[in-house]
Design a protein around this ligand. Structure first.
Ligand code: MG
Length: 256
């Protein structure tokens, strides 16, 4: 637990959260092998094709790291990442055509199950409930697909605690563009100066919120919850967050 003097707690009535790696941690490395196995079964059962599991999982992972496009969800996955993996694994086009969406469906089902059985559920619920009990407005701003924050937070059992969900896919602007906060302020009916933004990314979250005129808390997810071994470099930005927390529940201490 962090200790913060009463007078140093951050003032703000609208607590807005980043989604990816803040409310929901990257599930890809937890799911890829299980889904890779299912992909082999589907390829064999439905198409009589012997998919090379290791080659597919390896090339799918590469595509997930290297490919990007506007509003793409790396957590919920997108068909182009899977198609690139299948292509690299030498799957013929006429099989990939039908196999890609089936693998995507398996992945998303596994993601749902992972969230429903997630060890962070209790801490998230207690923290968000605690903030609501203080009368805070709670919202999400995410660089993601329109359907991801609300559904995934429902599976984590906390969607009901949020007043608003805003995604870059809906508004056509992505963080770190600070105009995201102007749109949010209008939608939420709250001044930007009243927003405390909580996120894991020094540029897209901390710098972006500060440029817009909001406060920013950096969340550093504890290692025990990270499925990926690669982690981010915090030295990419000189902008200092107003507070840093490693335990989600510490938000109850750093926020007034
Ligand atoms: Mg994030």
């Amino acid at each position: 637990m962090v200790e913060v003097a009463e007078s140093e707690r951050l003032q703000g009535n609208s607590i807005v959260f980043d989604w990816g790696n803040t409310l929901v941690l990257d599930p890809f490395d937890d799911l890829k092998n299980e889904v890779g196995q299912k992909a082999v079964e589907i390829a064999k059962g439905s198409f009589g094709f012997q998919l090379d599991e290791n080659l597919f999982v390896e090339s799918w992972s590469q595509a997930n790291s290297n490919l990007n496009f506007q509003f793409a969800s790396h957590f919920s996955q997108e068909e182009p990442f899977i198609q690139a993996g299948l292509h690299e694994a030498n799957v013929p086009a006429e099989i990939r055509f039908l196999l890609g969406p089936l693998i995507l469906a398996e992945y998303r089902k596994s993601f749902k199950e992972l969230l429903e059985n997630n060890p962070r559920k209790e801490e998230l619920r207690v923290t968000l409930r605690g903030l609501r009990d203080r009368g805070k407005h709670l919202a999400v701003i995410s660089n993601d697909r329109s359907f991801t924050p609300q559904s995934t937070l429902a599976w984590l059992g906390v969607a009901d605690l949020f007043d608003h969900f805003l995604t870059s896919e809906e508004i056509g602007i992505e963080k770190p563009d600070p105009r995201v906060f102007e749109v949010a302020s209008e939608r939420f009916g709250r001044p930007i100066s009243d927003i405390i933004y909580v996120g894991d990314d020094p540029i897209r979250d901390v710098e972006c919120a500060h440029k817009a005129g909001a406060k920013a808390i950096l969340y550093v997810p504890p290692e025990k919850y990270r499925s990926t071994k690669r982690w981010r470099d915090y030295s990419v930005s000189a902008d200092k967050p107003d507070a840093t927390v490693e335990n989600f529940a510490d938000l109850l201490t750093v926020i007034a």
